[in-house]
Design a protein around this ligand. Structure first.
Ligand code: MCA
Ligand code: AMP
Length: 517
């Protein structure tokens, strides 16, 4: 009888490590080196720590820590021990964290020691049994305890549909939803991208990826890390994005991934030249629309054509511009073709397939599409069609050659510097403030972040409100990237005949605030 295949994503990543485990897997920008053996041993130690805690099957490990190689190792340890990783943006404030922890009921919470005084009580109140700390200088109780554990561990057996991670995403209405991603979702996407983007195998010497994105969302955590690990490629690791430093390391690298803001900021560096990019194989952009001006300017400056791709937390990567010239050219303004195994269709409002170039709702299916929202069966059912397609909420079209273009969103969403900001959430917080009758948040163009939020607030009769005070109050309550960059107090909101707020008109009124347009 043949051995059962272990669907555990870590088993597959581990199998791709180079034969020589003493080779460098990660080099940090401040000069630390981690070998492949280090990654394997350190993740085994943390996995052994989790095993010793005798957690229930399917236990969630919630993590809100600054980016570090150890934080990545914690992710790998969670996978190999067979638990569910729940990454949380470091910008989240206490009310946001309280919701996520209360909703996910993690068995373990790992936070920075600076935040332990408020994250710890929130976790305890939600019934979390174990709280550890982890800082970005290799200190904290997690590593202290793990250092007592053995450095060999048998990777937990997992089935394809077992959960590997939960990623919270907000929505146009209601509270954030936890997108449940399985080992198969993540592995299938990693394998497809390895091939599609031509990652060099360990035998071919591997690629060198500059990793400069946060690791609490799909882009930095899955697309970048899985890509490097599953091809045995080295990473040059930045805990924080710094345009000048990243440009300085380009001559040693072959792959770069970023949100458009990263490309915009790197274009501001004089060191960004063809010579600096001479060993680069590919620059990949996603998470937000890449402006055609950025696409063109990058090509002129570096000689490289950025490859833009499109994905979501619920689906990982869905489409990509071609890597190999034989598949076609990389077209600015488009997100390329559906990836192998992904079915993507565009439907009109009545649910009929759109003709070539006609704009409609994008729906997708494939092995990468998530298993549903955590403990929200009705919400999950609403977001899928009767024949099993996931409704992305994105609006787009497919041209005669098969290139997909995203032209807008049916969901009311602002993407700022690659982070999603849902107006409904911020409006809800503003509307609860004393003296506020109602509010509207709209996204306007911004040279650095692509798009940013602007708040328009209507006071109750007789109330005196001040925009700066509203912004100051929001900063106490919400993650910093969600804070509107300006707040206007005006007597009323423009409404259409149906009484609906005319956000398009507000956007038009404020579009020149940060872009001079
Ligand atoms: C920081 N600030 C922002 C943002 N980031 N404002 C709006 N949008 C942002 N994204 C504000 C802070 O509130 C602060 O304001 C000031 O900028 C400085 O903050 P700091 O943290 O120093 O900023 P930074 O380090 O310069 O960060 C900018 C950044 C970062 C590097 C562009 O936002 C970033 O790493 N973005 C990448 C997001 C990402 O990885 N997205 C992938 C999601 P103040 O001074 O007023 O307090 S995955 C996904 O979308 C899907 C699945 C996909 O397809 O990939
Ligand atoms: P998230 O929920 O954070 O995973 O964000 C997913 C959303 O980001 C998608 O539904 C799109 O609206 C947007 N997105 C991702 N990549 C791109 C891209 N290349 N161009 C335009 N929008 C994108």
């Amino acid at each position: 009888m043949s051995e059962p295949v272990n669907a555990n994503l870590y088993a597959h990543l581990r199998a791709a490590f180079p034969e020589d485990l003493d080779r460098i897997a990660v080099e940090t920008d401040d000069g630390l080196h981690y070998s492949w053996r280090d990654l394997d041993r350190a993740s085994a130690m943390i996995a052994n720590l989790f095993d010793a805690l005798e957690l229930d099957a399917g236990a969630r490990i919630a993590v809100q820590v600054e980016k570090s190689v150890e934080a990545m190792v914690l992710y790998l340890a969670t996978l190999r021990a067979g638990f569910v990783f729940l990454p949380l943006n470091t910008a989240y404030r206490s009310a946001e964290i309280e919701y996520f922890i209360g909703n996910a009921e993690p068995a373990v919470v790992v936070c920075s020691s600076a935040n332990a005084s408020w994250v710890g009580p929130i976790a305890q109140a939600a019934g979390t049994q174990h709280v550890f700390t982890l800082d970005d200088d290799r200190s904290g109780t997690l590593l202290e305890v793990a250092s007592q554990c053995g450095d060999e561990q048998a990777i937990a057996m997992k089935e394809d549909d077992d959960l590997a991670a939960i990623l919270y995403t907000s929505g146009t209405t209601g509270r954030s939803k936890g997108a449940m991603l399985t080992h198969r979702n993540l592995l299938s996407n990693a394998e497809v991208l390895k091939d599609y983007w031509g990652w060099r195998s360990a035998e071919e010497g591997g690629d060198v990826l500059i990793h400069a994105l946060p690791i609490f969302h799909v882009h930095g955590l899955f697309v970048a890390i899985h890509g490097a690990l599953i091809s045995g490629s080295k990473m040059i690791w930045f805990n924080r994005f710094d345009a000048k430093r990243v440009v300085a390391r380009l001559p040693e690298a072959s792959v770069f991934m970023g949100v458009p803001t990263l490309y915009v900021r790197m274009l501001g560096e004089r060191g960004l030249t063809r010579k600096a990019c001479r060993h680069m194989r590919v620059f990949i952009s996603g998470s937000a629309p890449l402006l055609i001006e950025t696409f063109n300017e990058w090509r002129e400056r570096t000689g490289h054509t950025i490859l833009e791709r499109y994905g979501m937390s619920e689906t990982a990567m869905l489409t990509s511009n071609p890597y190999h010239a034989v598949q076609g050219e990389r077209r600015g303004g488009t997100v390329g073709f559906p990836l192998p195994g992904v079915q993507l269709r565009v439907l009109d409002d009545a649910g009929a397939p759109c003709l070539t170039d006609d704009i409609g709702h994008i729906q997708v299916d494939g092995p990468n599409v998530f298993a549903g929202y955590w403990r929200m069966p009705e919400k999950t059912a609403e977001e899928f069609t009767a024949d099993g397609y996931f409704k992305t909420g994105d609006v787009g079209k497919i041209d005669g050659l098969g290139y997909v273009t995203i032209v807008g969103r049916s969901k009311d969403l602002i993407i700022s510097g690659g982070y999603n900001v849902y107006p409904a959430e911020i409006e809800g917080v503003i509307n609860e403030m004393p003296g506020v009758a109602e509010s509207a948040i709209v996204g306007v163009p911004h040279a650095d972040f692509g798009e940013v939020g602007v708040a328009i607030v209507i006071p109750k009769p007789g109330a005196m409100l001040d925009g700066d005070s509203i912004i100051a109050e929001l900063k106490e309550r919400l993650a910093n990237f969600k804070i509107p960059k300006r707040c206007f107090v005006v007597p009323e909101l423009p409404r259409n005949a149906m009484g609906k707020v005319q956000k398009a008109l507000l956007r038009e009124q404020h579009k020149g605030l940060f872009s001079g347009g």
